[in-house]
Design a protein around this ligand. Structure first.
Ligand code: AMP
Ligand code: ZN
Length: 493
């Protein structure tokens, strides 16, 4: 399968370091607030990449850090009169909660910066010993970019051009304006740890590098993050690994495109800023996934609530199709000789599975994967209407299973939202009144009501038929006429 490597700027065959195994790392959030939907897009992209690698049979080990000490956390703590540790703990928990709601698989390893101080100090000492880093009188330790001949290779930047073109902070103690802090001397009131260079805390770039080395071993197969991390974060990460251990940090670097709102950058000041939580409070995770996966992970993603409503309808089409297939197979079981239509559906399943895999094999083309799924939805709906009366059980169930399984690879869990489709208990009372039903199951009550309505209509007893329909509508349900007969479902919207 082909994977785009942002370091080589081309797609290349995925060649695991250890056959059958993939070790991957994706930079985690700085935990000072709820994450926004842009962060959500990056984490979702790598969740799908990981799930697809697992689907292809790889044994994937996935690590993701929590940056739980940082200027932003300290500032937030000072604003709120709390400790940095309290702020970090609150937003680590909130981050994990939103990841679960979004259906993102837990990492196998989730290291936290504040618990990895020793590993980071070991790496910094090694860099100082080897002449790649230096401590200054204030107690900061800097990485010397000039000591690394390969500095700039990952992001394709040249240090001299950078120095001429970009504004960098003025700091007398640095030997080069692009030298970056590996260790920051403690200011009064800040969280700090003792070190050979004085009390302080680690720099952000140091964290990921030391954790990767400790938990996964370098080099790893895949290192990921948003495209905004290529420079300086990933450039600095790889420079440290190259200098400390004389080996690259990762074989393949993968970066996701930025999420934009109505083609504009999302920012708090523009008022078009949304947290993942507020979007998941309003829309099912499956719909947000469908929206995001319609765009290739490397392209910018245009987010809008109109598009999200469109994704809701797509999700509804998908769920209805699976339900109707299952329902038709149960309602009218028929096995035996295959008709033309049965064979055509069988072929549509095979080709959807092939198209899904060949799209995803091409650098995780989820838009192509979704197109294959929705192509099978169209073919299945066609089958249900054309083959009404002679539905073949096995092929019909196979179509439903294929849709569920392909969705699952993309983390779209069709079982999840259908839980909300359970019929209300009040149907039992209505069926007792109108259809003489004596049981307690809402599903059976629905069947009894539909049968009574059908009977009334056949007898041209419109009064009774309408009364049943109105009673059903009062419970927020509609009668849906499908090829395999009528059924009840919740009214949308
Ligand atoms: P941060 O907590 O800022 O380090 O961000 C966590 C992850 O979200 C990083 O991989 C970022 O690259 C990514 N990210 C930040 N903003 C966006 C955005 N607008 N669209 C997509 N990914 C983003
Ligand atoms: Zn990182």
């Amino acid at each position: 399968m082909l994977v785009y490597n942002s370091q080589s700027h081309r797609k290349q065959e995925l060649e695991p370091i250890e056959p059958g195994k993939i070790r991957m790392y994706v930079c985690g959030p700085t935990v000072y607030d709820q994450i926004h939907i842009g962060n959500g897009r990056t984490f979702l992209s790598f969740d799908v990449i990981r799930r697809y690698l697992m689907f292809k049979g790889y044994e994937v080990t996935f690590a993701q850090n929590l940056t739980d000490v940082d200027d932003k956390i300290i500032n937030r703590a000072n604003e709120q009169g709390r400790t940095a540790a309290e702020v970090a703990e609150e937003f680590s928990d909130k981050f994990i909660e939103q990841m679960h709601r979004f259906g993102i698989l837990d990492p196998d390893i989730r290291p936290r910066a504040t618990r990895e101080i020793e590993a980071m100090q070991e790496m910094i000492s090694l860099l100082i010993e080897q002449g790649n880093a230096y401590a200054v009188p204030s107690g900061d330790v800097y990485f010397s970019v000039r000591s690394d001949h390969a500095y700039g290779v990952l992001s394709g930047r040249d240090l001299d051009q950078l120095r001429a073109g970009e504004r960098v902070e003025v700091n007398d103690q640095k030997r080069d304006p692009f030298d970056f802090a590996l260790w920051k001397a403690a200011k009064p009131g800040e969280p700090s740890w003792p070190s050979p260079w004085g009390d302080g805390r680690p720099g952000w770039h140091t964290e990921c590098c030391a954790m990767i080395h400790r938990y996964l071993g370098t080099p790893i197969d895949i290192h990921g993050g948003g495209a905004d991390l290529v420079f300086p974060h990933h450039e600095n990460e790889t420079a440290q690994a190259m200098c400390a251990w004389h080996e690259p940090l990762a074989n393949v670097w993968m970066h996701t495109g930025m999420l934009q709102i109505n083609e504009e950058k999302m920012s708090k000041s523009l008022g078009n800023f949304y947290t993942l939580k507020e979007v998941l409070d309003r829309y099912p995770a499956n719909a947000v996934r469908i929206l995001m996966l319609q765009t290739h992970y490397r392209a910018p993603l245009d987010f809008s609530f109109d598009r999200l409503d469109g994704a809701m309808s797509s999700l509804d089409r998908l769920q209805s199709c699976v339900k109707n297939l299952r329902w038709a197979a149960e309602a009218a079981p028929q096995d035996g000789c295959l008709t033309e239509a049965d064979r055509a559906l069988g072929m549509a399943i095979d080709s959807a599975e092939k198209e899904f895999e060949s799209s995803m094999d091409d650098d995780f083309n989820t838009a192509g994967g979704l197109a294959a799924i929705f192509g099978l939805v169209t073919e299945s709906n066609k089958y249900l209407s054309e083959a009404a009366g002679s539905i073949e059980t096995a092929v019909t169930l196979r179509a439903a299973d294929a849709l569920v399984e392909l969705c699952n690879v993309l983390g779209i869990d069709l079982a999840k939202d259908s839980a909300g489709e359970e019929l209300p208990g009040e149907l039992v009372t209505l069926a007792a009144e109108r259809a003489g039903y004596a049981g307690s199951s809402p599903d059976e009550a629905a069947e009894a009501l539909l049968a009574a309505r059908q009977e009334a209509r056949a007898a041209k007893d419109w009064g009774t038929a309408d009364a049943i329909r109105d009673g059903i509508a009062a419970l927020g349900l509609v009668v849906e006429d499908t090829a395999a007969g009528a059924r009840l479902r919740r009214k949308k919207g």
